[in-house]
Design a binder for this molecule. Sequence first.
Ligand code: NAP
Ligand code: MG
Length: 408
Amino acid sequence: MHEKIYMKRPVVEIDGDEMARVMWSLVKELLLEPYVDLKTEYYDLGLRHRDETDDRVTAEAANAIKRIGIGVKCATITPNAERVKEYGLKNEWPSPNATIRKVLGGTIFRKPILLRNVIPAVRSWKKPIVIARHAFGDIYDGEGLEFGQSGYVELSFKSGTSVNSVRKLVTGPGIAEVKVNSLSSIEEFARSCFNYALDERMDLWFAAKDTISKVYDAKFKQIFGEIYEKSYAQKFRAAGITYSYFLIDDALSRVVRSEGGFVWAAKNYDGDILSDLISSGFGSLALMTSELYSPDGFKEFEAAHGTVQRHYYAYLKGEPVHTNPIATIFAWTGALRARGRADDTPQLSMFSDTLEWAVKKTVEADGVMTKDVASMSAIPPSHVATLQEFLTRVQENLELALGRGEQK
Ligand code: NAP
Ligand code: MG
C-alpha cells in the first residue's frame, strides 16, 4: 500500500449536471481518490438539488468558498424554459456561476491548455494567453436611444441638486448609447489581475483606447497604473514579470506576433470578443479552464465548457461517448495546486503537476485522444479513445510517474 498524499485543509467541491457530472465522478474515482487523501466540502448543485433547496445550495457553496478559500466546480445547467419542463422545476433558477460571482466578486481568467499536437491557429503561439474579462458594466449595463431628427444628445449625472452634463449635436435621425462603470469594480478588477499574474508568474497586459476614450478608458488606464505603482511594482520586479499598458489595436497586432505566455486584461466588451477569439485560436472549449479570482484572494476553478448535453443523452442510451475530460482534470489540478501552495504542502502541488504531465503524455506521446482532439491533431492518433479509455490511460501514466506502475 502506498501512502496517499496529505491534504491539510479541504477544497469546496461543487458538483453539477449531465455529462460534466459523469466526468466529475470518474475523474475523482480514477485519478484523485486513489492517490490523494482528498478532503472536500461537498455541495450538490445538480439541477434537481438546486430546485429542492430553492437554490439556497448555490449561495451556500459560494459562501463556503469565502470560508475555505478554494473551490472547484463542475459545469451546471443554467435553466431556460425547456429545462424547467424537462426537470419539472419550481422556478427558472439563475445561472449558478452568476450567483457565485455575485458573492465572491472578482474576475474570470480563461486559460487554454496547450498540447503539442494541437497547433494553435497562430504559428508563433507557444505558451498560453490568458484572457481576463472585466465582467461588469460597459454596454452590458447600458441604455440605448434612437431619435428621428437632428438635435442634442445630452449625458448628465444627477445627485441631489448637483448636475454635471455634456452634450453633443447630432445630425439626425440617429442613435445613441450610454454605458456606465464603477471605480470600485475597476479597482477590484485590477487587483484580481495583478494577483493572478503574480500567482502564475506571467506578464500582464492591459489594453484599452484611452487616446480616443479620454474619460472612460483613460480612467481604467489610470486606475491600473496607480494600483500597480502603489501595491505591485515591487512584487512584480521580484517575480521577474512585467505590467504593460497598450492601446488595444497595438495589443492586437502584438499578440499575433507573440509567443504567448501572458495575461491579457480587457474591459467587458473587449474581453467578451477576445476570449472567443483566443480560445478558438488555441483549439477548443474542451481545452480551456476558467478560474475565478476574487480581489480578497478566493479562488474557484472550473472547465470552461458546459454540461455537454448531447453526449449525456448518448451516454444514457448506453452508447460509447468520447467526451474530453481534460479541462475537468485541469480544474481539479488547479484547485489542488492552489491548496498546496496556500497550505505549504508542496507534495499536493507536485501531484497536480504530475497528473497534468500524465494527461499530456497520454495525448502527445501515446497518441491516445478523444474525438475532438483527434480531429484537431497534427499527428495521427494511435487510438481514438472513449472517455473511459482515455481516463484509464491517464491513470496508467500517472501510476508510472508516481513510481507505482509495477504494482499493476
Ligand atoms: P457545452 O456543454 O459546452 O457543449 C457544446 C458542444 O461543445 C458540445 O455539444 C460538444 O460538441 C462540444 N464540447 C463541449 N465540451 C466538450 C468536451 N468536454 N468534450 C467534447 N466535446 C465538448 O455548451 P452548451 O451545449 O451550449 O450547453 C449545455 C449546458 O451547459 C447548458 O444547459 C448550459 O446552461 C450549460 N453551461 C454551463 C456552463 C458552466 O457551468 N460553466 C458553461 C456553459 C454552458 P459536439 O456535440 O459537437 O461533440
Ligand atoms: Mg463572447
